[in-house]
Design a protein around this ligand. Structure first.
Ligand SMILES: O=C(CO)COP(=O)(O)O
Length: 155
């Protein structure tokens, strides 16, 4: 493994069992990176990763943000805008509207805008962490938005 990455893990309530199972399955890998999670997801992920012994090479490094509906998605979005997130694994619920749908949309929008590798279900999460690019020094290219920032507003 090259650089330690910062991986964001988030799941809506109906998807939390999936994410927790996935995290447990990938525990050795996750333990060797920094994790950032929305509050409730993070508590569940921490429980499962602490609960069993790893191979002892790495220790759990996890940061819990606020719960998603209480601002956690927005905190994560801000971290993405600041270039502090290397990958986002977000098992969002396709079957249930969320009270904070606008925050969910904003988070996914920023992840797309900043070209952050994003997995939205177990298969893409599996593809992401098993990709040879995941272990390398891959740096996603972020579009040059200078044209937008410096646009003329007729003043
Ligand atoms: O709501 C979420 C993502 O939109 C997740 O928040 P929690 O992990 O706090 O449940």
């Amino acid at each position: 493994m090259e650089r330690k990455k910062t991986i964001a893990l988030v799941a809506h309530d109906n998807m939390k069992p999936d994410l927790v199972e996935w995290a447990d399955w990938n525990r050795e890998l996750l333990l060797c990176h920094s994790l950032v999670c929305t509050g409730t997801t993070g508590r569940m992920v921490a429980d499962v990763l602490i609960g069993k012994k790893g191979d002892g090479k790495c220790r759990l490094d996890i940061r819990l943000l606020k719960s998603g509906p209480l601002g956690g998605d927005q905190q994560l979005g801000a971290m993405i805008a600041e270039g502090r997130i290397d990958a986002l694994i977000f098992f969002w619920d396709p079957m249930e509207a969320q009270p904070h749908d606008v925050d969910v949309k904003a988070l996914l929008r920023l992840a797309t805008l900043y070209n952050v590798p994003t997995a939205v279900n177990r298969s893409t999460a599996d593809f992401m962490v098993s990709s040879p690019l995941f272990d390398g020094d891959y740096e996603p290219v972020v579009k040059d938005y200078r044209g937008y920032v410096e646009r003329s507003l007729g003043r």
